[in-house]
Design a protein around this ligand. Sequence first.
Ligand SMILES: Cc1cc2nc3c(=O)[nH]c(=O)nc-3n(C[C@H](O)[C@H](O)[C@H](O)COP(=O)(O)OP(=O)(O)OC[C@H]3O[C@@H](n4cnc5c(N)ncnc54)[C@H](O)[C@@H]3O)c2cc1C
Length: 304
Amino acid sequence: MSLRPQGLKENWSLAPLTSWLVGGPAEFYLEPQSEVDLREGIEWALSEGLSIQILGGGTNVLIHDSGVRGLVIGLRRFAQLQNQVVDGELRLNVLSGTSKAELLKVFLKHKLEPAVFLAGLPGDVGGGIVMNAGVAEALRPREFVELTRSIRVWDWSQGQIQERVQRREDLHWDYRHCRGWQPGVIVSAELAWPFEPQDDVLERVRKANQVRLTKQPLDLPSCGSVFVNPPGDKAGRLIEAAGLKGYRVGGAQVSPKHANFIVNVGGSLAQDLDVVIRHVQAEVQKQFGVQLRTEVVYLGEWPH
Ligand SMILES: Cc1cc2nc3c(=O)[nH]c(=O)nc-3n(C[C@H](O)[C@H](O)[C@H](O)COP(=O)(O)OP(=O)(O)OC[C@H]3O[C@@H](n4cnc5c(N)ncnc54)[C@H](O)[C@@H]3O)c2cc1C
């Protein structure tokens, strides 16, 4: 039997830990700050027979109103970043809860292009890898895969923690998804980019932030784009063409500013967001014969 980890919370509200500000509590919640804390949390949950879910920055999840059973491990304080120039590359070793904003600062300091890519990308490094987060603009890099050299994973599926390191080439990187490392948790990552400083990087970061402010409803809680773009088209274009901008259920609304954003205009339930998501999918399917797939990850016990 493992000791109950220090700082373990019970019935802990998750809504404030998500960018949509919705969802019920975690049965148990832990915020490790070190690998020792993380290990203790996982081993305790295993000894109690509890399921384990990982929450990064919470910017791409829809948590059920009834919450999440078992242990939720929140990684927002699981942060550390080291960097050095090796063989003409900037190499970074980061714990997975390090925010993309921290990463941006390092690239900006060295005037390297990934700063432009990271401008306005919320969440943590781990979430960025899991989602292969990326931007629509033709930037370099454009997706997390291009920055990632390797990841270190802890897998507990055999009843105890097993560590493995996987190189970028060992993983399957798709549009907004990375497979081949599951199950488990991404503990850390090694990132790299050619050390080729450019003088206009700060100016380009400012412009990228400005463009996001103009195009996206950043004044309201959201999870960014809800649907992945179908091949050859844009989810936002299809939703707008279906006449769904402004469509609202409870506190959940298809943003009048950007149709692929569903915003919490106040007091939304997770259920409201899910109803809007499924209505949008049904309408776009009916009108254009296109099946929109969600980018957002559902956590908790959803019936679908
Ligand atoms: C305003 C706004 C704008 C956005 N713009 C973009 C954009 O331009 N491009 C884009 O791609 N995305 C965008 N997003 C979506 C989101 O920010 C990204 O997908 C982000 O990379 C998710 O990271 P996160 O840390 O918040 O992950 P979370 O939402 O916490 O988690 C996402 C998934 O990853 C899993 N996970 C997280 N960390 C780990 C880990 N260390 N080990 C194992 N599993 C883990 C979680 O269990 C969950 O399944 C936007 C979101 C918002 C709110």
